[in-house]
Design a protein around this ligand. Structure first.
Ligand SMILES: Nc1ncnc2c1ncn2[C@@H]1O[C@H](COP(=O)(O)OP(=O)(O)OP(=O)(O)O)[C@@H](O)[C@H]1O
Length: 562
């Protein structure tokens, strides 16, 4: 054995073999014996006697000590950081990320930074005009507005700023997330303080600044490919009075939604799911989407748009999205019938309760390709299954009410059904007034309201009740004597391009506009045109109310001719 070991060790550590030390003629065991150790300590001493092995061991010991020191340093550093700093991480796509980014762009010390990323991103704030800093005082600036270019922390660089006599470091990084090489952006803020309240104050300040910058806007969210809600836009609140519906509809919607939002404990004590669904159906361009956005502004709720026919939508994704909705919000499913006719298909394993609907339902034969994996039972379960979010208001719109599955329309899922019809004379008149009355005078003055006949059959108002509404507006508007000769001269004098529409419109008195509105409504047959078409027509006469009235008959004939 020794004859094998010795050459191996020598070769390994010294690069020589026993063959180099002893000549082939002198390899007798007696001659090798004195080189071999007798016990373990001797083996150790023997091994150390090789200088290379000695150096290796020294290296291992020194390396080990250095690594231990390094780890000890980081351990101490982390303890120090955790004791004297508070770290918070914000993820791009989350609301708080936008608050902090907007807050950062407004920090004065930020302007001293040497390494920045310049961005025109609005972080959800809807203000398209972007000023380069300094341009706001420049009369010749290209745009007017208040939003400046965003100076963002550049990626992978740590920046420090002073805020309220605290040292803050900011680090923006991109971390791999999910599949397909996607990255998510993280922003880490480290504040030199021992009190978490400082972080809370900072967050509160950032949120308040964001809300102030957002002003009177509603936030719109859509889902991304990872089935997460993303803030895509902030829209100005649309005033309720700008939407002209038959009398009673707006009041019913707003009162019911307000009552619902204030009734959480009522629902809880009765064990009724705290959810409310509204189905708005009827003619295209009759104001279904507009009223939902307007209601969102009125109720101070954000709108979450659920697109049932988008690629990748299936039962699981829909369920996840509905579970992820915040407690108080408006979930909007537009054109729910399109999802039926194009993509929805009845799950073979649908529950017995749902399968009571007639098998001849149009969706069965109207589904040409089963491109989506979304099933009707998946939709029904998502709407009121165990994971469905409490407190949400669901609005669904459709142009084909009769094609909807009865299970989808039943109370508890869609509690209130409201029909939106083509424009009545009343609506045509109100729309005209909206267009030409000065903003501060508004619409709906009590002196000129048209009496309407309204029939409302309403339920008890609980979640399980359904309200059916059918508004019938008389086609006879009050007769008003025709106006004097239209002031063509007034409208023809208007030519300037550099003034606003309001400035170019003739300054007519309220009675005159009401008079014209009545004549306009007289020329429009009841329930023949959509409000969107009438709006489109009036858009061509923004500053010419007399011409709008004069040309309406010819336009109607053209529109109604086959
Ligand atoms: N009742 C209304 N009052 C005021 N404007 C209206 C009304 N109805 C429609 N409009 C105008 O017509 C346009 C389209 O309206 P909206 O999208 O709300 O209609 P819709 O019923 O949702 O149509 P669709 O069913 O095709 O989606 C909007 O610009 C809106 O301003």
């Amino acid at each position: 054995m020794s004859s094998v070991l010795l050459p191996t060790i020598k070769k390994a550590f010294c690069g020589v073999t026993s063959a180099d030390l002893v000549s082939p003629n002198t390899t007798s065991p007696e001659m090798i014996q004195p080189l071999m150790p007798a016990d373990f300590s001797s083996v150790w001493t023997f091994l150390l006697s090789f200088s290379a092995l000695h150096d290796w061991l020294k290296l291992i010991v020194i390396g080990g000590i250095l690594e231990t020191c390094r780890r000890a340093f980081y351990w101490g550093y982390n303890i120090f950081i955790n004791s004297f700093f508070i770290s918070a991480t914000f993820q791009d796509g989350d609301d708080s990320y936008d608050w902090i980014m907007v807050w950062l762009t407004k920090q004065p010390s930020w302007s001293q930074a040497r390494e920045l990323q310049i961005s025109t991103k609005s972080f959800g704030l809807d203000n398209p005009a972007i000023l380069v800093p300094g341009e706001e005082d420049d009369a010749s600036s290209l745009v007017k507005g208040s939003r400046k270019l965003a100076y963002m922390p550049s990626v992978s660089t740590t920046h420090s700023i002073w805020y309220k006599r605290r040292w803050i470091t900011i680090n923006r990084s991109k971390e791999p997330s999910g599949y397909y090489g996607q990255h998510e952006e993280l922003l880490t803020i480290r504040i030199m303080t021992r009190h978490q309240s400082f972080l809370n104050d900072l967050l509160l300040e950032a949120k308040q600044e964001y809300m102030t910058a957002q002003g009177h806007k509603i936030s719109i969210y859509v889902s991304n490919s990872s089935s997460e809600w993303r803030h895509v836009a902030s829209r100005p609140k649309r005033p309720l009075h700008s939407i002209v519906l038959d009398p009673g509809i707006k009041d019913l919607l707003i009162d019911d939604a307000r009552d619902f939002l204030a009734s959480k404990s009522w629902y809880a004590t009765r064990g009724i799911p705290f959810r409310r669904g509204y189905l708005l159906y009827g003619a295209p361009g009759s104001g279904k989407t507009s009223i939902i956005h307007s209601l969102a502004g009125e109720l101070g709720l954000d709108v979450y748009i659920i697109s049932l026919s988008r690629i990748g939508m299936d039962d699981t994704v829909l369920n996840e999205l509905i579970c992820e909705l915040p407690e108080k919000c408006i979930a909007l499913m537009e054109d729910i019938d399109a999802a039926f006719t194009q993509t929805l298909n009845r799950d073979e394993h649908a529950s017995e309760e749902e399968s009571e609907e007639p098998p001849e339902s149009p969706k069965f034969h109207e589904s040409p390709q089963f491109s989506s994996r979304l099933s009707l039972s998946g939709l029904l379960n998502a709407l009121d299954g165990v994971g469905a979010q409490e407190g949400r208001i669901l609005f669904a719109t459709t142009n084909k009410y009769e094609s909807l599955d009865p299970a989808l329309c039943r109370p508890g899922r869609m509690d209130i059904h409201i029909e939106f019809k083509l424009a009545s004379k009343f609506q045509a008149r109100e729309l005209f007034r909206c267009f030409y009355l000065p903003v501060d005078e508004g619409v709906g003055g009590e002196d000129d309201d048209i009496p309407v006949k309204e029939s409302v059959e309403s339920g008890s108002g609980s979640s399980e009740s359904k309200t059916l509404i059918d508004f019938d507006i008389p086609s006879e508007p009050p007769k008003v004597s025709p106006p004097s000769t239209p002031h063509r001269a007034v409208s023809e004098r208007i030519a300037a391009h550099s003034v606003s529409h309001a400035e170019r419109a003739p300054n007519l008195s309220r009675p005159k506009i009401l008079h014209l509105a009545t004549r306009f409504a007289d020329a429009i047959p009841d329930r023949r045109m959509s409000m969107a078409s009438l709006q489109g027509y009036l858009m061509g006469y923004k500053t010419r109310p007399f011409d709008a009235v004069k040309d309406i008959t010819a336009w109607m004939e053209k529109e109604c001719s086959p």
